[in-house]
Write a protein that binds this ligand. Structure first.
Ligand code: GLA
Length: 405
C-alpha cells in the first residue's frame, strides 16, 4: 500500500472510533451576568417596532447602555405566521419593516438584539412555537442578526426539557451565529442540574410580578413578588458561575410601589449575580429609577469577574445579612430589612465568622481589617475594626463593599 492510502485508512478508522460530534453552546458569551432590557414586564403583548426603536434610543439617552445594559430583548408576541416553507414571519402590522431592519437599528445604537421563542408548539402568548422548526428558526434568527434567545416552556406536553433545550442549542450552534441562550422553564425540571452545557442562564422560578412582597394567583398559575422569588433561590448558588447563571427573572425596578423597594430589589439581584434585565418603561423613568439602575458600584458587585452568588449569612430581628465574595478578596455585604418598619442594627465584625461553604471563601475579620464603603450613600463608613451601626428603613437595604486597606 502507498503511504497516502495508509494515512487515509488510518483517518477513516480513527474517525469510526471517535464519538459522533455533538455541538456545544457558544462558550464565553456571558462571563458576567447578561445586562439589558426586555419588553414583557411592562408591555406584555403590546409591542411594535416603534416602541422597540424608542426603547433603543432611551437605552442610549438615559445612560443605561453605557452602564452596561446592552441587550434589547423582544419577548412574546412579535410573531406573525409561518410562510408556506415554514419560515417564521414577524407580525406584519406591528413589525412592517421586518426583523432584520429592526435588528440593524438596534445594532446601530451600539446595542445587541434579543428575541423570544418557545420549545413547544405554541408560545405562552399563543404564537407559533419552535417545536419541529428549531433548525429553521435558528437559521432565521442568525440571518436577522439576533444575539440573544429567550426560550420558553409553554405547550410542551410530553417533551423532555433536557432534550428540547439541547435540540435548540444544537440548532443555534449549526446556524453559526453566537447567540446567548436563555432557558425559561421556570425551574420545573431543575435546570441548574443539567443546563450548564446547554445555555448561559436559566430561570429558577415562575414569573415575577410588580410587587415587593406578594403572591398573585392567576388560577392555573401564580406570579411572585421580589421577596418570594428571593426565597426560592435557596440552595441554588453552588450551581451558578461565569457563563451559566441562575436567573430569578427580569427586574421590576421602577415598577414597584416605592423607591426603597426598587433599591432593595436591585441590590438583591446584584447580590445574587442575577442577569440584570430591566423591565420598566425606559422612556419615562424617574431620576431615582435611573440612579438605581445605573449605580456603577452596585453594578460592579453584580458584574464582579469572580462570578460567585451571594449567600444569606444570618437573619436577626427581621433583617437578613447577605455576603457576596468578590475578586481580590473583597466582599459585598447587604442588610435587607424585610419588614415595613425601620430596624436599628449593630454588626460586630470581630465576633462573626463569615464562611462561604459552597466556594470556600472566608472573611477573616479577626485578622484582616477592611474599609467599609456604602454603595448607595457613596460614603465611607469606617472599618471592620469597629462594629457597624445603622438604621435600615423598611423594605430597604444597607449595601456596603468591604475593600482592602
Ligand atoms: C412566560 C415567561 C415570561 C414571559 C411570558 C410570555 O410566562 O415565564 O417571562 O416570557 O411567558 O408569554
Amino acid at each position: 500500500m502507498r503511504p497516502a492510502i495508509n494515512v487515509l485508512l488510518l483517518l477513516i478508522v480513527v474517525s469510526m472510533l471517535t464519538e459522533p460530534v455533538q455541538a456545544q453552546k457558544f462558550e464565553g458569551l456571558a462571563l458576567t451576568p447578561p445586562m439589558g432590557w426586555n419588553s414583557w414586564n411592562t408591555f406584555a403583548c403590546d409591542i411594535d417596532e416603534t416602541l422597540i426603536r424608542e426603547m433603543a434610543d432611551a437605552m442610549v439617552d438615559s445612560g443605561m447602555r453605557d452602564a452596561g445594559y446592552v441587550y434589547l430583548n423582544l419577548d412574546d408576541c412579535w410573531h406573525g405566521t409561518r410562510d408556506s416553507l415554514g419560515f417564521i414571519q414577524p407580525d406584519p402590522d406591528r413589525f412592517p419593516s421586518g426583523m432584520k431592519a429592526l435588528a440593524d437599528y438596534v445594532h446601530s445604537r451600539g446595542l445587541k438584539f434579543g428575541i423570544y421563542s418557545d420549545a413547544g408548539w405554541e408560545t405562552c402568548g399563543g404564537r407559533p412555537g419552535s417545536r419541529g422548526y428549531e433548525y429553521q428558526d435558528a437559521l432565521t434568527y442568525a440571518s436577522w442578526g439576533v444575539d440573544y434567545l429567550k426560550y420558553d416552556w409553554c405547550a410542551t406536553e410530553g417533551l423532555s426539557a433536557v432534550g428540547a433545550y439541547t435540540t435548540m442549542r444544537e440548532a443555534l450552534a449549526s446556524a453559526g451565529r453566537p447567540i446567548v441562550f436563555s432557558l425559561c422553564e421556570w425551574g420545573d425540571n431543575q435546570p441548574w442540574e443539567w443546563a450548564q452545557d446547554v445555555g448561559h442562564l436559566w430561570r429558577t422560578t415562575g414569573d415575577i410580578t410588580s410587587c415587593f412582597d406578594c403572591v398573585v394567583d392567576h388560577g392555573t398559575w401564580k406570579s411572585f413578588g421580589v421577596l418570594q422569588i428571593l426565597d426560592m433561590q435557596e440552595g441554588l448558588r453552588a450551581y451558578a458561575g461565569p457563563d451559566h447563571w441562575n436567573d430569578p427573572d427580569m427586574m421590576e425596578v421602577g415598577n414597584l410601589d416605592h423607591v426603597h423597594e426598587d433599591r432593595a430589589h436591585f441590590t438583591m439581584w446584584s447580590m445574587l449575580a442575577a442577569p440584570l434585565i430591566a423591565g420598566n418603561d425606559l422612556r419615562s423613568m424617574t431620576p431615582e429609577t435611573v440612579e438605581i439602575l445605573t449605580n456603577a458600584d452596585v453594578i460592579a458587585v453584580n458584574q464582579d469577574p469572580l462570578g460567585v452568588q451571594g449567600f444569606k449569612y444570618a437573619v436577626r430581628d427581621g433583617v437578613e445579612y447577605w455576603f457576596k465574595p468578590l475578586s481580590d478578596g473583597e466582599w459585598a455585604m447587604t442588610l435587607l430589612n424585610r419588614s415595613l418598619e425601620p430596624v436599628d442594627v449593630v454588626f460586630d465584625f470581630a465576633s462573626e465568622d463569615v464562611v462561604d461553604r459552597d466556594f470556600g471563601h472566608e472573611a477573616r475579620f479577626s485578622s484582616v481589617t477592611y474599609n467599609i464603603r456604602d454603595l448607595w450613600e457613596k460614603a465611607d463608613r469606617g472599618t471592620t475594626a469597629e462594629p457597624l451601626t445603622a438604621t435600615v428603613p423598611g423594605h430597604d437595604v444597607l449595601m456596603v463593599r468591604l475593600t482592602g486597606r
